[in-house]
Design a binder for this molecule. Structure first.
Ligand SMILES: [Zn+2]
Ligand SMILES: [Zn+2]
Length: 351
């Protein structure tokens, strides 16, 4: 089979790999589509670790084409997505039901082979724990491939206690900021204010339902957020979806007292610590937190929510084959478009 291989930072190639087969307890997927994550780009930049020689891709959808001995409840031909986390089931976090925080966690696409290849064998530890989810007939697989980033977004929104009528400020309108916008909309949040310096992305945010879009280089962001939220206090939830540490202080300033500020983006390693006013946290009782990945239950519910999330079909702007997949990395580095998707010829994503 043909596969994308991560060799080292800045070095991604396309190679032949032997076709894997599903052993006992495992299933094999014919991959339909797999999207590139901002964290894949961080690996490419050398800011995050992945095993040299691994097949990247943890945001994927495919069709089951081999079912290993002893697997129950999964059949050949089923259209599925997976939660790509292999957890130990024994550590404190696993016991708390937070397998995404497992101390011995391995993730497909970083530590183990992922979905940028014709086939993927999903290991028994993912199959037996219910982390394989059937995709509804009316959801195309190229949209279902976005379940992982969308589940991470749902986890972030739920951490921020976003519900109908929650006011949100989103700092950064890259693909993940925009997912927060459309999923926040799907949950009934509003007003939603998006802060983004790139004009093209501000236009997308406006078109996709942001109540207010602000250019931080021109607009009085703090004043505008306050003017459009209850009692001019600030937003109920503030999401930082761009990995610029200097934005943490200004983001705190957009939050009303007792709001939640979530540092959703990852930040470059080794950056200088950034100061912020601790009284913004103390006197305002703002909850400053972070989030990464999601629980299996959040994957399950996201897969339902994607069927009614506006504009989800427009999130993918760049499409590649496995042969052209290294270009997906360079396009993202150039900030060209939103989400990049690798599509595989063997499976029609629409059926
Ligand atoms: Zn991802
Ligand atoms: Zn664990």
């Amino acid at each position: 089979m043909r596969a994308t291989i991560f060799n080292a930072p800045g070095n991604v190639t396309v190679e032949d790999r032997p076709e894997p087969h599903a052993g006992p307890g495992a299933i094999r997927l014919r991959i339909a589509a797999a999207s590139l994550c901002a964290s894949d780009v961080r690996v490419y930049r050398g800011e995050k670790h992945a095993a040299p020689g691994v097949i990247p891709g943890h945001e994927l959808a495919g069709v089951v084409d081999e079912v290993g001995e002893g697997v129950e409840g999964i059949r050949e031909g089923q259209r599925v997505i997976i939660c790509p986390i292999v957890a130990c089931n024994r550590c404190l976090y696993c016991l708390l039901g937070r397998r995404n925080r497992c101390e011995k966690r391995l993730t497909l696409g970083y530590d183990l082979d992922g979905g940028f290849a014709d086939y993927l064998v999903v290991p028994p530890s993912i199959v037996s724990t219910g982390q394989v989810f059937e995709v509804a007939d009316d959801l195309p697989l190229d949209i279902a491939a976005l379940t992982e980033p969308s589940a991470c977004t749902l986890a972030s929104l739920e951490l921020c206690q976003v519900r109908a009528g929650t006011s949100m400020a989103i700092v950064g309108a890259g693909p993940m900021g925009l997912l927060h916008l459309i999923m926040g909309r799907a949950l009934g949040a509003g007003p939603i204010i998006v802060v983004e310096p790139i004009a093209e992305r501000r236009e997308i945010a406006k078109r996709w339902g942001a109540d207010l879009v602000l250019d931080p280089n021109v607009d009085d962001v703090k004043g505008a957020v306050r003017a459009s939220t209850d009692g001019r206090l600030g937003a109920d939830a503030v999401i930082v979806s761009v990995g610029v540490a200097e934005l943490v202080g200004p983001a705190l300033d957009l939050a009303r007292p007792q709001a939640v500020v979530n540092l959703f983006a990852g930040f470059p390693r080794g950056g200088a610590p950034v100061p912020f006013d601790p009284n913004l946290v103390h006197y305002s009782e703002v909850l400053l937190t972070g989030s990464q990945n999601a629980t299996a239950d959040q994957y399950r519910r996201t897969l339902r929510l994607l069927r009614s999330t506006p504009h989800i079909d427009e999130v993918v702007t760049n499409r590649y084959t496995v042969e052209t997949s290294p270009e997906a990395y360079t396009a993202r580095l150039a900030m060209n478009g939103l989400k990049s998707l690798v599509q595989f010829a063997g499976v029609d994503p629409n059926n």
